[in-house]
Write a protein that binds this ligand. Structure first.
Ligand code: F6R
Length: 241
């Protein structure tokens, strides 16, 4: 794993955005694996800035998001589709049909998951997979005790994650209890992985991911087997590593 230490969130966001921008410039039809959450928002802002000020062209880019809450419609303000539109897609020249987020309203979960895996497989894996990390070491919605070789699947969210995500909802009872998530197998098929982390709440998980054993208790630890992982994190997140 390559570790890039940043002074703060803004520095982390700039460094991540520069790498993604370079990828898109070198290969205009890049496949980008994208994440939601608070961590990548600054990166998306920088990429929007590159698009507006430096004509970074997303017209041929294909995106595949990691996950979606099960039961939320794309119009729900806390759905990950809404998040992506609002924080990124609506501000760049990406073709809507090139953006993929799992369907949170599907009635046939198995079919939706299989189709999602086919999209990732048809791309030969994403060129860059952007990741955040949960305080408990989760990646996408692959929670502790995860099965490392799973593909896209429906998961029950654990109490820690429901509590952590309650900040985005009016109350904790409104947080969906399930999500459709890419599995570790789909994530590891990426050619390059950029994991972002900011703040002291992530320090324990980051230290274990880098220095601990590969253990399903800390899902991010499986990234140690991937040949091309860059961890872009600020000093607070790297404090225990
Ligand atoms: C989001 C996702 C999650 C987040 C993680 C960290 O698509 O898959 O795993 O990356 O929960 O969230 P933040 O960035 O809000 O700390």
């Amino acid at each position: 794993m390559q570790i890039i230490s940043c002074v703060d969130y803004a520095d982390m966001s700039r460094k991540a955005a520069r790498i993604i921008a370079a990828q898109v410039q070198l290969k205009p039809h890049s496949a980008l694996g994208l994440a939601t959450g608070s961590t990548p928002i600054g990166t998306y802002k920088e990429l929007i800035r590159f698009h507006l000020n430096e004509e970074l062209d997303f017209s041929k880019v294909i995106t595949v998001n990691l996950d979606e809450y099960y039961g939320l419609s794309p119009e729900h303000e806390q759905s990950y589709r809404y998040f992506m539109q609002h924080n990124f897609f609506d501000h760049i020249n990406i073709s809507p049909e090139n953006t993929h987020v799992p369907d949170g309203l599907t009635r046939d979960v198995a079919k939706t998951c299989a189709e999602y895996d086919s999209i990732v497989a048809s791309l030969g894996g994403t060129d860059i997979q952007l990741l955040g990390i949960g305080d408990n070491g989760h990646i996408a919605f692959n929670e502790p005790h995860t099965y490392f070789f799973a593909q896209t699947h429906l998961v029950d969210l654990n109490e820690e994650t429901i509590k952590a995500n309650a900040r985005f909802f009016e109350s904790e009872v409104e947080v969906p209890r399930q999500a459709i998530t890419m599995g570790m197998r789909s994530i590891l098929s990426a050619k390059r992985i950029l994991l972002l982390a900011s703040g002291s709440k992530k320090a324990e998980a980051i230290a274990q991911m880098i220095n601990g054993p590969i253990d399903p208790q800390l899902p991010a630890s499986i990234l140690q087997v991937h040949p091309n992982v860059m961890v872009i994190a600020d000093e607070e997140a790297l404090a225990l590593a």
